[in-house]
Ligand binder design. Structure first.
Ligand code: ARG
Ligand code: ZN
Length: 486
């Protein structure tokens, strides 16, 4: 995220961040128009149809795919920074949710060498960023299957016109991050948050180079001048939260509450500097947030500060957020951004959006966490932060519906600021006890899954016993500034 109240320069930058637009290089989603067009596959012969080339997200029609549900990704990649050459195999375990004659994965760039489904050779064709796989036999609804894909090439940004997301090569390595998509830049994936899965990620890099990712470091071994780092994320993870950072890092490992802590700072940034001091507060800040949101949902902690000027944001990659370098070069205490990204571990990562339009459930909550953290640190109270946000808000943010901002405003100021103000308006309406019970219950009931705005409103109404439709309508959806709650 970017600080949006304090730093005006940042607001300007946001306007140009081009966060949302669908990738024009992708083909539009097209569902099979009739059963007659479906290719019969396998012995059953009838009723087997191609899986949809999109997950059905109204903002991003080509993101993700239909017809199956991934349980786990096992990724093994080797990356040579000098040549920007990646070779990988992805083993994906999934279950068909329809009778499939074929199905798609998302893969941007790169070349596929071979595909098997349940050990049998499958045919595959590329259609821009879609990888269309036709197994030797149709996959019946409910069937579990394993896809293995060997692939490789020179990875890059997902959208060449917008170099803030995807696989970004930098001097001594690379970082793969980005919202709302990044994973398909370096592995075949069902690239939509509605299909969360567990991951094991093995990354082989030249000896002496670090390869960082999500979750627990399950092992590291070196042979022939190459080191393999093995990471495991056991909690379901949305694909845009998968992290890959390769390069020269100062890596620190520790333990907190019996769980591993792994932090890393790009070696090009000053040792003992602001970035390291802020990252060192990771578990302290997490513990504070746990008093408000309930138990920390993952089995590892951490954070990574990269030194890539193209990344002017931070991203809540699961268990281990990534921070761009800009947060740590000024006089302002950067712990607010750590609080923001760590709050996302509950809201965004453990509880994920089902469709991108509900993004305020991530950004409104994380911005609210900044206010909680400021108050905890002896800065402005939450009520003061709300008041400031309300009074300083300009028409532009009230013209954007935070509950349905549109793909072009996905990560806009309205989503962050109106989202946080909505929560404070809710708190003023239902009282402190009920408000924090709602936040904790949302994290507990949806842990590891997905939620949407309707479900959140229903929960708030259930726990408060109040009708809250008009409150959410005014603060989240209406295109004008609401009066303060009385
Ligand atoms: N979810 C991230 C955060 O709140 C925002 C990422 C912004 N991405 C971008 N390309 N500007 O911290
Ligand atoms: Zn955020």
């Amino acid at each position: 995220m970017r600080r949006q109240v304090a730093a005006l320069a940042v607001v300007l930058a946001l306007a140009g961040c081009g966060s949302g637009g669908p990738d024009p290089a992708r083909s539009p989603a097209a569902l099979p128009s009739s059963a007659a067009q479906a290719t019969p596959a396998g012995a059953a012969g009838t009723g087997f149809q191609p899986g949809a080339p999109g997950a059905g997200d109204p903002y991003f029609s080509t993101y993700g795919n239909g017809g199956y549900d991934v349980a786990s990704y096992q990724l093994k990649v080797r990356y040579d920074p000098a040549a920007n050459q990646l070779t990988g195999t992805a083993t994906i375990k999934a279950t068909a949710t329809a009778n499939l004659s074929r199905f798609n994965l998302d893969l941007a760039g790169l070349t596929v060498q071979s595909v098997t489904v349940d050990g049998m050779a499958a045919t595959s064709v590329r259609d821009k960023s879609e990888l269309v796989i036709t197994p030797a036999r149709g996959l019946a609804r409910g069937k579990s299957f394993t896809v293995t894909i060997a692939y490789g090439g020179q990875p890059g940004p997902i959208n060449p016109a917008q170099v803030t997301g995807g696989f970004l090569r930098s001097g001594d390595g690379a970082v793969a991050i980005g919202e709302p998509e990044s994973a398909s830049a370096w592995f075949p994936v069902n690239d939509h948050p509605s299909d969360k899965a567990t991951y094991t990620i093995e990354v082989t890099v030249p000896e002496g180079v670090s390869a960082l990712s999500n979750g627990v470091l399950a092992g590291r071994s070196t042979s022939g001048g190459w080191t393999t780092w093995r990471w495991a994320e056991k909690a379901p993870m949305a694909s845009y939260l998968v992290l890959l950072a390769i390069g020269d890092y100062r890596v620190t490992t520790g333990e907190h509450d019996g769980k591993p802590v792994v932090t890393a700072v790009a070696a090009s940034l000053p040792a003992g500097g602001s970035a390291e001091r802020a990252l060192a507060r990771t578990t302290e800040i997490t513990d504070f947030l746990a008093t408000k949101f309930g138990p920390y949902p993952f089995d590892a902690y951490g954070g990574i500060v990269i030194d890539d000027e193209r990344v002017s944001y931070a991203l809540e990659t699961q268990t281990r957020p990534v921070y761009g370098p800009d947060f740590f070069d000024g006089a302002v205490d950067p712990s607010w951004v750590v609080a923001h990204e760590l709050a996302h571990q509950w809201y965004g990562d453990s509880v994920s959006v089902r469709q991108w339009r509900d993004i305020w459930l991530n950004e409104g909550f994380a911005t609210y966490a900044e206010w909680l953290w400021d108050e905890h640190q002896g800065g402005p109270s939450v009520a003061q932060s709300f008041d400031l946000a309300y009074r300083r808000s300009n028409d532009a943010i009230w013209r954007v519906s935070a509950g349905d901002p549109g793909s072009g405003n996905l990560l806009s100021r309205a989503v962050y600021q109106r989202g946080a103000m909505t929560l404070q308006a809710l708190r003023m309406t239902v009282g402190d006890d009920t408000f924090f019970r709602i936040l904790k219950t949302w994290a507990a009931e949806k842990r590891g899954g997905n939620g949407d705005t309707g479900e959140f409103i229903a929960l708030a109404e259930r726990l408060s016993g109040k009708s809250l439709r008009s409150l959410f309508d005014a603060w989240l959806y209406k295109r004008s500034q609401p009066p303060l709650p009385s």
